[in-house]
Design a protein around this ligand. Structure first.
Ligand code: HEC
Length: 97
């Protein structure tokens, strides 16, 4: 009976450990791809909460500027968010910082 108890607590510990590993998906707090920022919006958001925060900040900013598609400036979205040639220009022209 003592052996069974030990076995159960070990499996509980292992279960808890692997659960903790699974419950923090890397994607949720992935850092931004950009390392040298040209905009304050992205810089601040990335510093605060990585790519997820940048995405949220971009979404809010797009809404404010009534932009319908992220693809207006980005040629690709996740995971690298590559910018179009004039992506930064457009951003600045719209008053982005
Ligand atoms: C008007 C142009 C424009 C639009 C529209 C736009 N973005 Fe961006 N986005 C930029 C620019 C410029 C940067 C680069 C910022 C820098 O270098 O500081 C950027 C960077 C990002 C980044 C940071 C990527 C990284 O990991 O470094 C994310 C995430 C992002 N944008 C998401 C979005 C999403 C989501 C949308 C749509 C809701 C969107 N963007 C729409 C101009 C735009």
């Amino acid at each position: 009976m003592a052996k069974l108890g030990l076995f159960l607590s070990i499996t509980t510990i292992i279960g808890a450990l692997s659960f903790a590993g699974l419950s923090s998906p890397a994607a949720a707090d992935a850092p931004c791809v950009t390392k040298v920022f040209k905009t304050e919006l992205a810089k601040n958001a990335c510093a605060k909460g990585g790519q997820k925060a940048a995405k949220d900040a971009m979404k809010a900013w797009n809404k404010e500027k009534k932009i319908k598609s992220c693809n207006q400036c980005h040629s690709k979205l996740a995971p690298n968010y590559e910018l179009k040639k004039d992506g930064l220009d457009q951003f600045k022209k719209l008053g982005g910082k």
